[in-house]
Design a protein. Sequence first.
Length: 71
Amino acid sequence: MFVEVKARDDHAFGAGAEAITAPKQRRMAQIARHYLTRHHRGDCRCRFDVVTIHFDTGRPVVELFQNAFDA
């Protein structure tokens, strides 16, 4: 499993999950493939999760997006 964490103080630049664009997903998949190959796990299936943390309400609000995208 690979996890991308995005934290935001406010929504001026959008929600954290919006930052996981198609180019970012491709880059994460490329890094995951490299990691799995380097550690001799090339045949291993993997999952990409995204965690967002928003601090704009005073208290952190955490959201988990399991299987956020496919590679």
